[in-house]
Write a protein that binds this ligand. Structure first.
Ligand SMILES: Cc1cc2nc3c(=O)[nH]c(=O)nc-3n(C[C@H](O)[C@H](O)[C@H](O)COP(=O)(O)OP(=O)(O)OC[C@H]3O[C@@H](n4cnc5c(N)ncnc54)[C@H](O)[C@@H]3O)c2cc1C
Length: 467
């Protein structure tokens, strides 16, 4: 087979974006994918299907609870789960086809099968039929992503005890759902099934939800979720699930030790995180070094311990997010082309796509306190934002953290409708090293929810207008 400039193993958002950028820069590129469809976790069993179900279930809830107060009369909405799943699948298919199209457009060869690194410049691709071919290439990028993390002693059958993958395809709405883990995925999928009718209990080992996000925002988010009907058991761990009865019985123990209790549920969702996926890649034989958490170890240029072998995305350190993987893919391709590819890890937004949404970029207040950084904080609630008031969607607030001496924005945290869109004005500002005053002096269209971001920036200087 003709030698390539680059072979990328894995076609998630890291891998396919890296391949496209490399092709744009004139390289001859191939991608290797073991799954039947391109797009990786994100497109097939992650970001995209979860957002389709979040969208559909949100509208279902709105139709049942919010339409009447706006003067829209509809009869009580009913869930047609098979059709909702078809809607979800159509969204997946559309995106997967989009990636196939982009591979063709950029003249990238798609090699179907499992990739194994045989050493510098050599990748073995074994198809589903067992036939293996070896391709030669100047460079290899590992973009094999991640897999679900499992709980010892609790077997996931993807029917009653599910991972996120099974929770995206339940055949009926469970009357009760026990979610293990109060992270982003657990709260998003918990929201989907609560809106569709399940009674949702979330068990979390730590004493707070959304570990890593700003704790003030997380506290308010918990209160809002509780109002919506979520029950939380914090500082607790699930130590076993008895599957012998018609209903599952989970054993919950306080994290600090103490008496156990049982919680019954139709379905248990294990959402305790994800682990890097390197199975069958031949890394050990090839001499690619992993870190103590099983992630491929890389330097600042994404290079592994083996010359010509690079790695990006969920399989390396850093937040397991699609856009982080994409940006690493672009930077890695640019470095291979001799350019100065770079990812600014200080400005990677994180979003929880619930209602309201939670969005964050940069440092949290907890991190600034811990680092002893002198900061000023400006907050503005959506209850004081005109657009939110007329729409009667006033939950949440915007919080901006700025350096006390220079006024440079160090972090922005938003809880509220469309927070996942609003956060990007802070992200762009931070990318340019902007100050709270820069943001406050930028004219914002009225009436928009974005005005709350401007007002929070004004509040950093204690001069918010509408508060
Ligand atoms: C339910 C859920 C919701 C999520 N929602 C979001 C969200 O809203 N926003 C967000 O930013 N992130 C979200 N994520 C995380 C996001 O999906 C990942 O961060 C992202 O997919 C990582 O991209 P990647 O390219 O590193 O790897 P992946 O997307 O995991 O892709 C890796 C690919 O490599 C292939 N592969 C692995 N080994 C081999 C091999 N040896 N040979 C050939 N192919 C191989 C796999 O089949 C897969 O296609 C979500 C994840 C889940 C599970």
């Amino acid at each position: 087979m003709a030698p390539y400039d680059l072979v990328v193993i894995g076609t998630g958002p890291g891998g396919y974006v890296c391949a496209i950028r490399a092709a744009q820069l004139g390289m001859k590129v191939a991608v290797v994918e073991k799954n039947a469809t391109l797009g990786g976790t994100c497109l097939n069993v992650g970001c995209m299907p979860s957002k389709a179900l979040l969208h559909a279930s949100e509208l279902f809830e709105e139709a049942g609870h919010s339409f009447a107060k706006m003067g829209i009369k509809v009869s009580a909405p009913e869930v047609d789960l098979p059709s909702m799943m078809t809607f979800k699948q159509q969204g997946i298919d559309g995106n997967v086809k989009g990636v196939e199209f982009l591979m063709k457009k950029n003249k990238i060869d798609v090699l179907a099968g499992k990739g194994k690194i045989l050493g510098t410049g050599k990748v073995q691709v074994t198809g589903n039929d067992g036939a293996a071919q070896t391709v030669e290439t100047k460079n290899i990028v590992i973009a094999t992503g991640s897999d679900i993390a499992r709980l010892k002693g609790i077997e996931i059958d993807e029917k009653r005890i599910v991972s996120s993958t099974g929770a995206l395809s339940l055949e009926k709405v469970p009357s009760s759902l026990l979610v293990v883990g109060a992270g982003v995925i657990g709260l998003e999928l918990g929201s989907v099934w609560r809106r569709l009718g399940a009674k949702v209990t979330v068990v979390e080992f730590l004493d707070r939800i959304l570990p890593g996000m700003d704790s003030e925002i997380a506290k308010q988010f918990q209160r809002i979720l509780e109002k919506q009907g979520f029950a939380f058991k914090l500082g607790a761990k699930v130590t076993g699930v008895d599957t012998s009865g018609a209903t599952l019985a989970a054993t919950i123990e306080p994290a600090a030790g103490g008496a156990a209790e049982k919680i019954e549920a139709d379905v248990v969702l294990v959402a305790i995180g994800r682990v890097p996926y390197t199975d069958g890649l031949g890394l050990q034989e090839a001499g690619v070094v992993l870190d103590n958490r099983g992630r491929v170890q890389i330097d600042h240029h994404f290079a592994t311990s083996v010359p010509g072998v690079y790695a990006i995305g969920d399989v390396v350190a850093g937040p397991m997010l699609a856009h982080k993987a994409e940006d690493e893919g672009v930077a890695c391709a640019e470095i291979l082309a001799g350019q100065a590819g770079h990812v600014n890890y200080d400005v990677i937004p994180g979003v929880v796509y619930t209602t309201p949404e939670v969005a964050s970029v940069g440092k949290t207040e907890d991190e600034l306190k811990q680092a002893g950084v002198a900061y000023t904080v400006g907050k503005f609630p959506f209850t004081a934002n005109g657009r939110s008031k007329v729409n009667q969607t006033t939950d949440g607030f915007v919080k901006i953290l700025a350096d006390a001496k220079t006024d440079r924005v160090l972090g922005a945290h938003i809880i509220g409708r469309e927070a996942g869109e609003l956060i990007h004005e802070a992200a762009v500002l931070m990318e340019f090293g902007g100050s709270a005053e820069d943001l406050a002096r930028t004219c914002h269209a009225h009436p928009t929810r974005s005005e709350a971001v401007k007002e929070a920036a004004l509040a950093v200087g204690k001069r918010a207008i509408h508060m």
